[in-house]
Design a protein around this ligand. Structure first.
Ligand SMILES: Nc1ncnc2c1ncn2[C@@H]1O[C@H](COP(=O)(O)OP(=O)(O)OP(=O)(O)O)[C@@H](O)[C@H]1O
Ligand SMILES: [Mg+2]
Length: 312
C-alpha cells in the first residue's frame, strides 16, 4: 500500500536537463550493509529536488546512514547517489563544497567559542570572510552568544550553532539529522523558520525527524524508511490520503477490549472522554464498515506508517 515511490516535484527555474533544480539529490537503488552484516539500507530510490524533504522512520530505520551516504562520508555498498549532478563516490570533493551537514550528535570542539567554531568550520569550507560568519550567526539567532564556549551551550543553542556551521558555506544542499529533537517549542519554531527561509530559491534540505509538526510545517515531500527499505515516498498530502476514509473512532465499553482490537487492526491512538475509552483506528481491511470514517490527519498517516498492524 505504501510502496509506490513517486518522483519529487520539479521546480521551474535553475533546473538541470532532467527538470530538477541544480540542488537535486537523486538516490538510485542504494544499499548499505555495514561490516557487522547489518543491512541499514536496502534498494532505496527517490529524488529530493528543492524545498524541505522529510526523512522519516523508526529508530534504526536507516535515516542517519542515508544522510551520511548523501554527505559522502559513508560509501554505499550498492547503488548511487547524485548531489547537484555529482556522484558521491567519484566526485565527493565537488559535492562537499555544495553541501552543509548537521550531524545527529554535534560533539566537536567543546572548548572553542561559538565564533571560533563557526569561523573554523567556515575556513574548512574556504570561507575567510568574517562578515559571513557573523551574518550566519545572526541568521540563527546566536549573535549574542558568539563568545560562549560550545561545551557550555544549551541543547537548542548547540543545535543553532550546528546549523550555522552547516550554512556558513552557502551550500546548495543542507542535510540536517533530527535538528529539533529535544528542543523546547520556542527553539523548534526558531529552527524551523531558519530551515524554511534557507529552502527558498530552489535549495534542497533533507531533514530527518520524528516530530509530526516538523513534517506538517516544513516538508513538501517525505520518504518513510522501514527497516532500511523505502516504505512510502511522496507529498505529505499523498501520505495523508493513504489513510483517508479509513480512520474510525471505536468506543470501547471495557479496557480489556483494547487488546482484542489491537490484534484485529492498527490502533492509532486512544482517548478518554466522559469516562469512556475510545480508540482511533485505521480500518485497513474494512472490518469496521459499520463505523463512519472521520477526517484523516497527517498524524494518522504518520503513526500508521511508523507501526501498527502493518509492522507485523
Ligand atoms: N557504524 C555502524 N556499524 C554497524 N551498524 C550500524 C552502524 N551505524 C548504524 N548501524 C545500524 O544500521 C541501522 C540503521 O541505523 P541508523 O543510525 O541509520 O538509523 P536511524 O534511522 O538514523 O535511527 P535513529 O532514529 O535512532 O537515529 C541500525 O540497525 C544500526 O544499528
Ligand atoms: Mg539517526
Amino acid at each position: 500500500m505504501f510502496n509506490e515511490p513517486s518522483n519529487a516535484l520539479k521546480k521551474g527555474s535553475n533546473n538541470d536537463s532532467d527538470g530538477n533544480p541544480k540542488s537535486a539529490i537523486v538516490i538510485s537503488r542504494l544499499s548499505k550493509i555495514y561490516k557487522n552484516k547489518v543491512t541499514a539500507l536496502d534498494d532505496v530510490s527517490f529524488t529530493a529536488a528543492g524545498g524541505v524533504f522529510g526523512l522519516l522512520g523508526h529508530n534504526g530505520a536507516g535515516k542517519t546512514t542515508l544522510m551520511k551516504a548523501i554527505v559522502t562520508i559513508l560509501p554505499p555498498t550498492a547503488g548511487t547517489i547524485s548531489v547537484c549532478g555529482f556522484d558521491t563516490v567519484k566526485q565527493g570533493d565537488r559535492i562537499r563544497s555544495q553541501i552543509g551537514y548537521l550531524p545527529q550528535e554535534l560533539t566537536m570542539y567543546p572548548s572553542l567559542s561559538v565564533l571560533e567554531f563557526v569561523g573554523y568550520m567556515a575556513e574548512i569550507k574556504g570561507v575567510y570572510d568574517k562578515r559571513r560568519v557573523q551574518a550566519v550567526l545572526e541568521q540563527v539567532g546566536m549573535a549574542e552568544f558568539t563568545g560562549r564556549k560550545i561545551g557550555q551551550l544549551s541543547g537548542g543553542m548547540k543545535r543553532r550553532a550546528g546549523i550555522a556551521q552547516a550554512l556558513v558555506g552557502e551550500p546548495q544542499v543542507l542535510v540536517v539529522d533530527e535538528p529539533t529533537a529535544g528542543l523546547d517549542p520556542e527553539e523548534r519554531v526558531r529552527l524551523r523558520s531558519v530551515l524554511s527561509r534557507y529552502a527558498r530559491d530552489g535549495k534542497t534540505v533533507i531533514l530527518s525527524t520524528h516530530i509530526i509538526e516538523d513534517i506538517q510545517q516544513l516538508c513538501k515531500e517525505v520518504a518513510v524508511l522501514r527497516k532500511g527499505r523505502l516504505f512510502f515516498c511522496g507529498t505529505t498530502d499523498d501520505l495523508r490520503k493513504q489513510v483517508e476514509g479509513k480512520i474510525k473512532i471505536i468506543r470501547l465499553d471495557q479496557e480489556e477490549q483494547l487488546s482484542a482490537l489491537q490484534s484485529q487492526t492498527a490502533v492509532i491512538g486512544t482517548t478518554y472522554e466522559n469516562g469512556h475509552l475510545s480508540a482511533r483506528i485505521m480500518d485497513e481491511n474494512e472490518a469496521f464498515s459499520q463505523y463512519p470514517p472521520v477526517t484523516a490527519t497527517l498524524e494518522d498517516a504518520y503513526v500508521y506508517c511508523m507501526g501498527g498492524k502493518a509492522d507485523a
